[in-house]
Design a protein around this ligand. Structure first.
Ligand SMILES: [Zn+2]
Length: 305
């Protein structure tokens, strides 16, 4: 995108924004390549200060600015800080970049071998990460991500957290100390925002900024065809491809979670399977690690028996 194009997208998605200094020309293109861009990376700044424009513009000792293209204030305003290469992503995992580019399920981030500043837009959200961002910030994040994906014809899978990138020790965007937000949930929200861009308004203003949960199935669960023994956790992980994944997906559809699947279910474990399992687990009243979207014996039992 050019600076004019991003401004047009911000307007299209009804995003409050402000321009800072000479942001259109402020970048690190003289220090390294910029583009092709494949995604948006989400960060917290690590600080709750009210005005972090100059920090992001100028940078810090040893890390010159711009530190990102976008700053996101607590009131939900996007601040345009720079345009072009910026110092936000550092080195990360080439497998993650490949997955973002091809819009695949993200692999484990266990390498730091690839220049992220070249390939990602970055949004630095002004909060410490030790608590949730404000509702206004989250609402704008959804719209900003949707605006960028809309321009490039990307899906929500092109949006990742810094903590998914492969830079050691990174856990942004956080929601409690040391803990990254569930980025699959964030991506599901971005997907929903992408599905109804600003011109499809009006939408109810009372809608909470946080993730709309899929409706719980109202019909009583039909009797499953037959009980199946839990095959083991190893069959349900990123990259898995087996008949149990299909079985699981088909049973989720029978149990009222079919709306997660725009295609499938199939034998390859995807973020969609995980989201459907997670919704099923939450419907059991489970939280935290018990509702992480990966089935264990108890999930299996409740699903099939
Ligand atoms: Zn970061």
């Amino acid at each position: 995108m050019t600076p004019a194009q991003i401004v047009a997208q911000l307007k299209k998605f009804d995003i409050p924004f402000a321009e800072y200094k000479d942001w259109e020309k402020h970048n690190r293109n003289h220090k390294g390549p910029w583009g092709p861009v494949h995604g948006l990376m989400v960060h917290h700044t690590g600080s709750d200060s009210k005005d972090q424009r100059e920090l992001l513009y100028k940078g810090v000792n040893g890390l010159p600015g711009p530190l990102s293209q976008f700053g996101l204030g607590q009131d939900g305003t996007v601040h345009l800080i720079g345009w072009g290469r910026a110092n936000h992503a550092g080195l990360g995992d080439d497998d993650v970049l490949h997955a973002v580019k091809e819009e695949l399920t993200l692999p484990e981030d266990n390498e730091s071998n690839t220049d992220g500043n070249r390939h990602f837009y970055g949004v630095e959200i002004w909060y410490s990460g030790a608590h949730a961002m404000t509702d206004a910030q989250y609402a704008t994040l959804r719209k900003l991500a949707a605006a960028i994906c809309d321009f490039h014809d990307w899906t929500e899978k092109s949006v990742i957290g810094h903590g998914e990138w492969g830079s050691p020790g990174k856990w942004d965007p956080g929601h409690k100390p040391g803990q990254m937000m569930d980025m699959d949930d964030v991506r599901a929200d971005i997907k929903a925002t992408l599905a109804k861009p600003a011109e499809d308004k009006p939408k109810p203003p009372s809608k909470p900024a946080t993730s709309p949960k899929p409706p719980k199935p109202v019909k009583p669960a039909p009797k499953p065809v037959k009980a199946v023994t839990f095959p083991g956790r190893g069959y349900f992980r990123p990259g898995a491809h087996n008949k149990y994944v299909t079985q699981l997906g088909q049973q989720l559809v029978r149990r009222g979670y079919g709306h997660f699947y725009s295609k499938g279910p199939g034998p390859t474990w995807t973020a969609v399977d995980r989201a459907a399992v997670k919704a099923f687990q939450k419907a059991q009243g489970w939280t935290g690690a018990n509702a992480d979207g990966y089935p264990g014996p108890e999930t299996w039992k409740r699903l099939f028996y």
